[in-house]
Design a protein around this ligand. Structure first.
Ligand SMILES: Cc1cc2nc3c(=O)[nH]c(=O)nc-3n(C[C@H](O)[C@H](O)[C@H](O)COP(=O)(O)OP(=O)(O)OC[C@H]3O[C@@H](n4cnc5c(N)ncnc54)[C@H](O)[C@@H]3O)c2cc1C
Length: 501
């Protein structure tokens, strides 16, 4: 089959558009089909983490993203009586080289992603075109779509990324079921501008009010978000009125000071699709997983999917890696996403309880263990292309170097070999020469560039993947040689290692 493009993406939401932009940066030809003609004007996600910002940095427009985001300076948990159980500063540059918690208005981010797509050659976002079928074949996919006039088009590609959201028609067509985590819970989500009213001091507050769990977030400019759990006695028509919002916000959103963009009821749910790959079709974003938004990780996880998958597609498309590398997408990403969905679902039971006894016990516990409610450490990837030992499969850090340059800006979307000079010098000379010639690998030995990275990882040498996850660490040249043989472009160099002689 001849392919019209390398990759077709179903859905031009934030995950599909990020995947499209990453394809363009990698040099893959790609088209994304988006059924809506105009950008969705209202927000869902309001927070992402430093890792997401780092992926956006990889698109070469970090400063533009910074203009439409603000760091989250502090977070708090308050109980029914208004007692502050937790108040923690979060306004610091974290291991990823960016703030760990960043707030934004989702349409601003999506608009910027679309601008990146428009500026990148070889990719196209086609709006107003609905994908009706995706079929996997022996050597690719056949994607059927139709526009508003009913004109049907067939696009042939090597792979499809299905990022058509939580309701994913294509996932249903493929017959892929999802597993449920936690209870489905309806919430009222209110976004708007708060002017001449103080709101709350903290940028993010979880209200552990058992009479009505709620959330507060301060967003760029005068924008704020509040979310309220719906209670059994709520009248759905009344609860969305300005008077009701003033009441249930306990006065934080006065009707005469707060101008809503929208008030919408969402059902927060935890779901993980049982299968993320069907032949040449990959599910990503909400089509593959949905998390209750407790840790603000749903979109982050979707962007992680895109970042995990696209460099693998690129290596396989260029013949650098074997097709089997693509199996590691699901094996690595599914357990990672499941961790966040499961943790958010479990935490919701406690933080958002409506049982006064449970709320009382929770308050006592948090008072005694204030650290227990902190955002958990991200897990390692599931089994895949990493050594698994030490920090293999964990996200690597991004130091900001003495000259203010962030590490990724030097490395780009390549494998990184960072090593102490002494370890590197002990590699077999032929392997060092192969490393020098390898366009998929950047080697950094200058202590000014690598010492902070190696100190944080706790190793004398480390290999990091293009998505910044650690392939593995090494303490000796022999260990580093074994690690290098796992880099797809170096797998054929076993006869060059010192060990082979
Ligand atoms: C209230 C709320 C708060 C949230 N807060 C956060 C947060 O703070 N942080 C966070 O990380 N996440 C958060 N999330 C989750 C986050 O919003 C989602 O994970 C994210 O928007 C999913 O992006 P997506 O691109 O996968 O799907 P979507 O945004 O749903 O995009 C899918 C796109 O596919 C298009 N489409 C669908 N079918 C077709 C078709 N057949 N053909 C062509 N196009 C199609 C749709 O029109 C849509 O544009 C929140 C969610 C909710 C509901």
């Amino acid at each position: 089959m001849t392919h019209d493009v390398d990759v077709v993406i179903v859905g031009g939401g934030p995950v599909g558009t990020t995947a499209l932009a990453l394809c363009g940066r990698a040099g893959l030809r790609a088209i994304a089909f988006e059924k809506d003609v105009r950008l969705w004007p209202t927000a869902r996600a309001v927070h992402f983490d430093g890792e997401t910002m780092r992926t956006l940095q990889g698109l070469g427009v970090a400063e533009r993203f910074q203009h439409v985001t603000i760091p989250m300076r502090n977070v708090a948990i308050l109980n029914e009586a208004g007692e502050v159980l937790v108040h923690a500063p979060t306004d610091r540059i974290g291991e990823q080289g960016w703030n760990d918690h960043i707030s934004f208005h989702q349409p601003d981010i999506e608009q910027l992603l679309r601008e990146v797509v428009a500026e990148t050659p070889g990719i196209e976002l086609r709006c107003g075109e609905t994908v009706t079928d995706v079929e996997t074949t022996d050597d690719g996919v056949v994607v059927t779509s139709s526009d508003a006039a009913g004109e049907v088009r067939t696009t042939r590609a090597r792979w499809a990324i299905v990022a058509d959201g939580a309701r994913s028609e294509i996932r249903h067509r493929l017959g892929i079921e999802s597993d449920k985590y936690g209870e489905d819970t309806p919430w009222l989500v209110v976004d708007g501008q708060l002017v001449d009213a103080p709101g709350y001091e903290a940028d993010m507050i979880q209200f552990g009010r058992h009479t009505r769990p709620a959330l507060w977030l301060r967003l760029p400019r005068h924008r704020v978000r509040m979310e309220f759990m719906l209670m059994p006695d709520d009248d759905p028509a009344e609860i969305v009125t300005p008077a009701a919002v003033e009441r249930i916000s306990r006065g934080a959103l006065p009707a005469d000071k707060f101008t809503p963009d929208r008030q919408a009821i969402y059902t927060f749910r935890g779901r993980i699709a049982r299968q993320w790959r069907r032949g040449n079709i990959f599910l990503a974003g909400d089509a593959a997983h949905q998390a209750p938004p407790l840790f603000g990780q749903g979109l982050c996880a979707g962007i992680r999917d895109a970042a995990n998958l696209v460099w693998k597609l690129d290596l396989v498309a260029r013949g650098v890696a074997d097709e089997s590398l693509l199996d590691t997408y699901e094996s690595e990403r599914k357990p990672h996403a499941t961790f966040w969905v499961e943790t958010a679902a479990n935490q919701a039971v406690i933080i958002q309880t409506t049982d006064p006894q449970v709320a009382h016990g929770r308050d006592e516990y948090i008072r005694a263990n204030p650290g227990a409610s902190a955002v958990p450490e991200p897990p390692a990837l599931g089994p895949g292309l990493h050594a698994g030992q030490d920090r293999g499969g964990r996200l690597g850090p991004q130091p900001i170097l003495a000259d203010g340059i962030r590490l990724d800006d030097m490395v780009g979307s390549h494998f990184l070999v960072a090593a102490e000079r002494a370890v590197y010098d002990d590699l077999a000379p032929a392997l060092r020469a192969a490393l020098d010639d390898d366009g998929d690998v950047v080697t950094l030995l200058d202590p000014a560039k690598v010492s902070a990275l190696l100190a944080t990882i706790g190793a004398r040498a480390a290999v990091l993947r293009p998505d910044h996850y650690i392939l593995g660490t090494a303490g000796t040249a022999a260990e580093l040689e074994r690690l290098l043989l796992q880099v797809p472009s170096l797998t054929g160099t076993a006869d060059l290692t010192a060990e082979s002689r």
